[in-house]
Design a protein around this ligand. Structure first.
Ligand code: ADP
Ligand code: MG
Length: 707
């Protein structure tokens, strides 16, 4: 039996600080603590193990530590833990680093798109499932990992589903006694391709230096899920063993509204204050669908609070969503100051991914933002849809972790009965081009034959293949094209954005496109409160371009750069930061989103530089840039119809220009757009005016065919 490996593990018991004592206590009291030995034994005995346990029982934070202590990281091997959400990867890694008493990025680290804190000494690595898929491009055998834990598998994100299929292959390849493992499943040619790509990448040198035999040390796969039904996972992994961890759950009273609410944000606000004024102590967790809603409720609470009597004003509001800087994300875990009640405004991150202590009240408006894909029309959109029953149950469960709680569902009880039992796996409702591109880069040629846990529809696969072909990523034989397809697979972006960057280097406007792609990767950088729309419009007028939203976005980005550059030579960092926030506020710019975009910009720039793309700017020649937009986003073009609506050329759908667009009033003849938003109407967002003739000129592969 491997000896227990304590390495740089500090002796927890002798730590005397109160905080450490508390952490030790907390760890000991988790339901999972009593089954450590048994779990480790099961992992030793089974190559694939499914662990099911209620949210908050300690799966994510404890199991990797148990395995580390049991010696699964000997010889420098790593335990990888994947999460569907970056917030979970980041916050849990920070917590586990603290529990281990180590600095983040040493023994424990995280790596998510655009943010990597790991180092050569990292042994417990939290990451997004998408990131591990990308890692497989550079290291097809995932050779540094001894164990890979696929966490939150019940969420069934498209990346989780694909990852499970991939891990099955990797496990088979690594446990095989065949010496030329490269032949297994991955197809020899493509592995070579990946290895050539890899050579360019210094980081992955280790893979080359690693002796061949090491590739074949077996890989342990652990699938963790908060949903009690483990059958699908077990069957998929050939009858793999499932173990259940007993949770601890106190009763939660469920309340429904008498009638349906027309405005759930308003209803949430009223309920927050009702709880605050009428109920006993305990923190409140509110489930909203995204950053915009969270920020709007945050503002409304702050506006209302001063109207309450002084003694009732002790309410601490903490938002949590993906785009929040990670220091701020950690604020949700800090207890409120004495006498204060904490109100956490969260996306469904807080449903099962992260467990926040102290919650006694849950407010559940019953909605979630989800991807939706219409393969017939080839359009993906984000829509706000009702949760499933199992999501509603998970949400209410958050109120009963530390004692009896209450959950306020902001819809009538009869609506609950109408909800779907569980959420449809994402792979059945998303555009697959990204995943297909990655599978192709991994050497999986037969996408239709890939061993998915649940197969996407044939139609969706074919439509996505077609899209990749039109973008020039695939050859006529459905192979990754050289170099475009390979370059696209390397960029951690939607294929359509990757292609835009590659084209931009040819159109000499890569600088402009980098800014655009970064800004399109975050929620709107414009801050437009419903009650101040006109004021906001006036304030942002100075940035707006008659050519459309993309150039407008670039103008904002450049203005903010100028502002920062000027101030940072004159002022201290703290003062610059304050001035910057003031500047954003005055200009109705969302400083959080802009900062996030700046971060993304820096990262993508690093990628394109590494790829050797030509980093040039078109200066003031925006015609060149607009032509590049047309060449890149030709699949999202729309033309004006006589009655003033638009027809999307690829799908034939009738759409309207979103009121937030600078082209809303102008209504140009032909536009390209980046986003389709569905509410009562179908709106397109982020538009630029283009010339219809450019489409046939720049995308003949599509428009010549159409004509
Ligand atoms: P599971 O994965 O089973 O849902 P976790 O391992 O995420 O459970 O959580 C175990 C415990 O750790 C919970 O009580 C949770 O509140 C606590 N916890 C997790 N992250 C943090 C953090 N960043 N700060 C404080 N407590 C945390
Ligand atoms: Mg967890």
């Amino acid at each position: 039996m491997p000896s227990v490996h304590r390495g740089n593990f500090p002796n927890r018991q002798t730590q005397c600080s109160a905080r450490r004592q508390k952490i030790v206590q907390q760890r000991k009291s988790l339901p999972i603590a009593s089954v450590e030995k048994r779990l480790v034994e099961e992992v030793r005995k089974n190559d694939v193990l499914i662990i099911v346990g209620e949210t908050g029982s300690g799966k994510t934070t404890q199991i990797p530590q148990f395995l580390f202590d049991a010696g699964f990281c000997r010889d420098g091997r790593v335990i990888g833990v994947t999460q569907p959400r970056r917030v979970a990867a980041v916050t849990v890694a920070k917590r586990v680093a603290e529990e281990c008493g180590v600095e983040l990025g040493r023994k424990v680290g995280y790596s998510v798109r655009f943010d990597d804190t790991t180092s050569g000494s990292t042994r417990i690595k939290y990451m997004t499932d998408g990131l591990l898929l990308r890692e497989a491009l550079l290291d097809p055998y995932l050779s540094k990992y001894s164990v890979i834990i696929v966490d939150e598998a019940h969420e069934r994100t498209v990346h989780t589903d694909v990852l499970m299929g991939l891990l099955k292959n990797v496990q088979l390849a690594r446990s095989s006694s065949v010496s030329d493992g490269q032949c297994l499943r991955f197809g020899k040619k493509n592995v070579k391709k990946v290895m050539t790509l890899e050579k360019e990448n210094e980081q992955s040198e280790r893979f080359h230096k690693r002796p061949l035999y090491e590739k074949y040390t077996p890989l342990k796969i652990i699938i963790m899920s908060a949903s009690l039904d483990a059958r699908a996972f077990s069957e998929y992994f050939g009858g793999a063993k499932a173990v259940h961890i007993q949770g601890r759950q106190f009763p939660v009273d469920i309340f429904y509204t008498r009638i349906a609410e027309t405005d759930y944000l308003d209803a949430s606000l009223i309920t927050i204050f009702q709880i605050h004024l009428e109920e006993g102590p305990g923190d409140i967790l509110v489930f909203l669908t995204g950053q915009e809603e969270i920020e709007s409720v945050e503002r409304l609470i702050k506006e209302k609070l001063p109207q309450l009597p002084q003694e009732n004003q002790k309410l601490l509001i903490v938002p949590i969503f993906a785009a929040l800087p990670s220091e701020q994300q950690m604020r949700v875990f800090a207890p409120a100051p004495s006498g204060f009640r904490k109100v956490i405004l969260a996306t469904n991150i807080a449903e099962t991914s992260v467990t926040i202590p102290g919650i006694k009240y849950v407010i559940d408006p019953g909605f979630v933002k989800a991807r939706s894909y219409d393969p017939g029309k080839g359009m993906e959109s984000l829509i706000i849809v009702p949760t499933s029953k199992s999501q509603a149950l998970q949400r209410s469960g958050r109120a009963g972790r530390e004692g009896p709680g209450k959950c306020f569902r902001l819809y009538p009880e009869k609506e609950f009965e109408k909800l779907e039992d569980s959420t449809m796996p994402e792979i059945k409702r998303c555009n697959l081009s990204n995943v297909i591109l990655q599978l192709k880069a991994l050497g999986v040629d037969d996408i239709l034959g890939f061993d998915f846990i649940e197969k996407p529809s044939r139609e969706a696969i074919i439509k996505s293949l077609e899209q990749l072909f039109l973008l020039g990523a695939l050859t006529d034989e459905c192979q990754l094209s050289d170099p475009v397809g390979h370059q696209m697979a390397r960029l951690p972006l939607d294929p359509i954005y990757s292609k835009a960057l590659i084209l931009a280097s040819q159109f000499n406007c890569l600088e402009e496109m980098l800014i655009t792609v970064a800004l399109l990767s975050v929620e709107s950088i414009f801050y437009s409160p419903r009650d101040k729309l006109e004021e906001a419009r006036t304030a942002t007028k100075c940035f707006s371009s008659p050519e459309g939203d993309h150039i407008t976005l670039i103008n904002v980005y450049r203005a903010s750069n100028d502002f920062l550059e000027k101030r940072s030579t004159e002022m201290s960092m703290a003062k610059t930061e304050k001035a910057y926030r003031k500047w954003c506020k005055e200009n109705f710019i969302n400083s959080r989103s802009l900062r996030h975009a700046r971060d993304i910009h820096r990262q993508i720039k690093g990628h394109v530089e590494q790829m050797g793309l030509n980093l040039s700017s078109c200066g003031d020649d925006m015609l060149q840039f607009r032509r590049c937009l047309a060449a890149s986003f030709f699949l999202n073009a729309a033309v004006k119809q006589p009655e003033g609506t638009y027809r999307a050329l690829a799908s034939g759908q009738v759409v309207q220009i979103h009121p937030s667009s600078v082209l809303f009033r102008q209504k140009p003849e032909c536009v390209i757009f980046n986003e389709l938003v569905q509410t009562n109407n179908k709106y397109v967002r982020n538009l630029t005016r283009v010339d219809y003739l450019w489409l046939t000129e720049l995308a003949p592969q599509y428009y010549a065919m159409q004509n």
